[in-house]
Design a protein around this ligand. Structure first.
Ligand code: KG4
Ligand code: ZN
Length: 339
């Protein structure tokens, strides 16, 4: 059962061939052209859509070559492409390409929810992932907690009231003069943070309240005002960035473990681009041991956007509801599948 996966939801063009029965990734390519967007301080939708258009077909040829399979109906059994949420221009390129290949090859296709992809991405690393579990998605656009009953059935337990965790790091990165996206650099600072530096403390919004919600925009504002103060002169930008990530991680883990406790579920799965943070891994590991929970992450390549997770989520969707019709549309603000 070979699935061709395509993700063009944001700036990265990704394509993969995944063997869904054997649970084996045959080949995968991610092309990131962040340098084209960096000077604008964020992803420019029109530039991203044009890049996807240019890169997609050559990348599809190249994953077939790498997997050693011919691009025809004899080998590929299913085509799965992201239909939302994301930037509409890129989604149209990916889903349109999937429909054209499906018609040309006579192979079924499915439109996949990008978030469903993140929610199953840990299975690419651990195919014994237990259900039910609590799933925390932390990316550039999302900070949400779900109860996952199966790979196709999720209940939203809580989300951010404003900015996503990755968005916070990218905005704070901009204040600190870092290139976009800034998450990985700030992560390095938090790992190396010098315990001897004088302690500064940013707020942990909503952490002491019994709600499963995040609010990260106040943390960004606190950082901005702190940087304008005299006091800030005593601190390096590394120590300020590190404290922002520490505060965000306190909130993320505090609420995720609260969800585990209130739902009486002992496994927490963390996915999305921010889940590749080594600082988050270290802290999650420590707290999981202390609080008696298990915590699992996808491998770092499958935390950030990738087409393998789309192939896998597409296969689950196909098994449950069969192929999609050609009139299926993209949806830039699609919600997670609830079952
Ligand atoms: O899931 P993703 O690749 O794209 C979205 O669907 O949003 O997530 C991108 C986000 C960016 O905000 C980026 O700064 C953050 O993930 N990120 C990280 C790390 N690598 C990427 N944040 C913290 N630590 C990292 N190592
Ligand atoms: Zn994503």
């Amino acid at each position: 059962m070979l699935v061709l996966g395509i993700d063009t939801s944001c700036d990265d063009t990704s394509v993969a061939i995944y063997d869904a029965r054997e649970r084996r990734l045959l080949s995968e390519k991610v092309s990131s052209r962040m340098e084209l967007h960096a000077r604008y301080g964020g992803v420019v939708p029109e530039i991203a859509a044009r890049q996807h258009l240019e890169l997609l077909l050559p990348m599809i040829e190249s994953v077939h070559e790498e997997a050693g399979v011919a691009p025809d109906p004899e080998t590929i059994n299913l085509i799965a492409a992201t239909r939302g949420p994301g930037l509409i221009g890129g989604l149209l390129v990916g889903l349109g390409c999937a429909k054209a290949l499906s018609l040309g090859w006579g192979v079924p296709y499915v439109g996949v929810n990008h978030l469903d992809g993140h929610l199953v991405s840990a299975i690419l690393t651990n195919d014994m992932l237990p259900y039910p579990h609590i799933a925390l998605i932390v990316s550039g656009g999302h900070s949400e907690i779900y109860k996952a009953n199966s790979p196709t059935e999720y209940f939203l337990l809580g989300e951010t009231r404003d900015d996503a965790a990755g968005e916070l790091l990218d905005k704070v990165g901009r204040l600190l003069g870092l290139p976009f996206p800034a998450g990985e650099i700030i992560d390095g600072w938090a790992l190396e943070a010098d315990p001897e530096e004088p302690p500064q403390k940013f707020p942990r919004p909503l952490l002491n309240r019994d709600v499963l919600e995040f609010s990260f925009s106040g943390l960004k504002t606190a950082c901005l005002y702190f940087m304008r103060s005299e006091e800030a002169k005593k601190y390096s930008r590394e120590s300020i960035g590190a404290e922002v990530l520490r505060a965000a991680v306190d909130c993320l883990l505090g609420k995720a473990f609260l969800a585990c406790r209130t739902q009486s579920i002992d496994t927490l799965v963390i996915s999305g681009g921010v889940a590749s943070s080594r600082y988050l891994h270290r802290e999650a590991g420590k707290r999981a041991v202390k609080e008696g929970f298990n915590v699992t992450f996808p491998d770092p390549n499958h935390c950030t956007d990738n087409a393998s997770m789309i192939a896998l989520a597409g296969w689950y969707r196909f098994e449950k509801s069969g192929p999609d019709d050609y009139d299926l549309d993209c949806d830039a603000s699609l919600m997670v599948s609830t079952g």
